[in-house]
Ligand binder design. Structure first.
Ligand code: PLP
Length: 395
């Protein structure tokens, strides 16, 4: 079969999502027609400036906040770096404490920034998680001390989809006078978030996880909170984030955010039900005589309310996950082992070993992430191929 006729099934939405055509069209329009530098004074610049402000207003609405709390960045990684380093440096200057609390299953954008801050004299507590991937709030409470300037807990995990109790974590941070940041790259526009009700001081998001372009994102910083800048230079983003604005990327991201927000509830229901269907079918594979004796388990929480709608992370015990992925790829199915952001690494996923899996079980795991264009036909096609692959690899 040549590539034109080969069926392809994309089940790696947590790695990245296809752009909404409307967002791509908006990006092209901006690049073609509204190329003025938003900082200039002439007419075309004014259009670009207004488009950015409109984008800021659109994004702000999706989080129930004011537009002046949204700062555009180059993506989730920069937003996480900015929140952590900006808070740490502001605290250092003000002679405040030097302690940060986070979880051990954060994305490397947070974990490696914490390592960097450790080298600069900060003390970091990495909270362990239970076997479903949840932090323990009592443990968090004990970890926060008089030196703690920031608690950073992800809204949902990228590998196992566990949704952390961020509202409760924010409350504990505030009770002890600390700030609260959440990496919401996987959660934003997939589950409802209200920065005011949830008590969030800073929130990171990334455009390419909800149908916007790669290399776009933002950091929400609540009103009256000042953190240090990460990128120094011109006076863009009200002197907080220098660099000529990525106008086309920003407006396209906002277009995607508006669409994703308007269909979030419907997508959540549909995707979650497709996922349950797929999980049910996967769990019954060992009933097939040729697959008898094989063990298939769900990694992370079985609680559908506390798991991202599209996330399925499955351990095919005793069978190598990479081999499954390669054979899936040959059938045109895209999935991933561990986190796509760290693929190429030979170590087993620290998230999976962090929830108690052995190295071998972690290496036998595959992440399927469903999204807005996933159909029942895609799932049935995938199930058929998983069945054939397991029969082949079991031999
Ligand atoms: N945080 C989480 C939880 C992620 O899943 C990712 C990307 O996969 C990032 C941060 C990094 O975001 P970006 O790709 O926009 O830099």
């Amino acid at each position: 079969m040549d590539n034109k006729t080969k069926k392809t099934v994309y089940l790696d939405y947590a790695a990245t999502s296809p752009m909404y055509p409307e967002a791509a069209a908006e990006m092209y329009r901006m690049l073609k027609d509204e190329y003025g530098n938003p900082s200039a004074v002439y007419d075309s610049a004014t259009h670009a400036r207004e488009a950015i402000n409109e984008a800021r207003r659109t994004i702000a609405k999706t989080l129930n906040t004011e537009m002046d709390t949204i700062f555009f960045t180059s993506g989730g990684t920069e937003s996480d770096n900015w929140a952590l380093i900006g808070t740490a440096e502001a605290a250092l200057r003000a002679g405040k404490g030097n302690h940060i609390v986070t979880s051990s299953i954060e994305h490397p954008a947070v974990l490696k920034t914490c390592r960097y801050l450790e080298q600069r004299g900060f003390r970091i507590t990495y909270l362990p998680v239970d076997k479903e991937g949840f932090i323990d709030l009592a443990q968090l409470k004990r970890a926060i001390d008089s030196e703690t300037v920031l608690v950073s807990i992800m809204a949902a995990n990228n590998e196992i989809g566990t949704i952390e109790p961020i509202r409760e974590a924010a409350e504990l941070a505030h009770q002890k006078g600390s700030l609260f940041h959440t990496d919401a790259v996987q959660a934003y526009l997939h589950i409802p978030i209200d920065v005011k009700q949830d008590g969030i001081d800073m929130l990171s998001a990334s455009g390419h996880k909800f149908g916007g372009p790669k290399g776009t994102g933002f950091l929400y910083i609540r009103r009256n909170l000042e953190i240090d800048s990460l990128i120094h230079g011109g006076s863009q983003e009200r002197n907080h984030r220098a660099g000529t604005e990525n106008t086309a990327g920003i407006t396209a991201m906002a277009k995607a955010a508006a669409i994703a927000h308007s269909r979030m509830d419907e997508d959540e229901r549909r995707i979650s039900s497709l996922k349950s269907y797929m999980l049910g079918k996967l769990m019954r594979l060992p009933e097939i005589p040729e697959l008898n004796g094989i063990s298939i388990e769900l990694n992370g929480t079985p609680d559908v309310i506390k798991r991202l709608p599209g996330n399925l992370n499955i351990c095919f015990r005793g069978i190598n996950g990479e081999s499954i992925l390669i054979l899936l790829d040959m059938a045109g199915i895209a999935a991933s082992a561990g986190s796509a952001c760290s693929s190429g690494a030979t170590d087993p996923s620290y998230v999976l070993t962090g929830i108690g899996l052995s190295k071998k079980d972690a290496e036998s795991s595959v992440r399927f992430t469903l999204g807005r264009d996933t159909t029942e036909e895609d799932i049935n096609y995938t199930l058929k191929h998983v069945e054939d692959i397991l029969k082949r690899l079991k031999k």
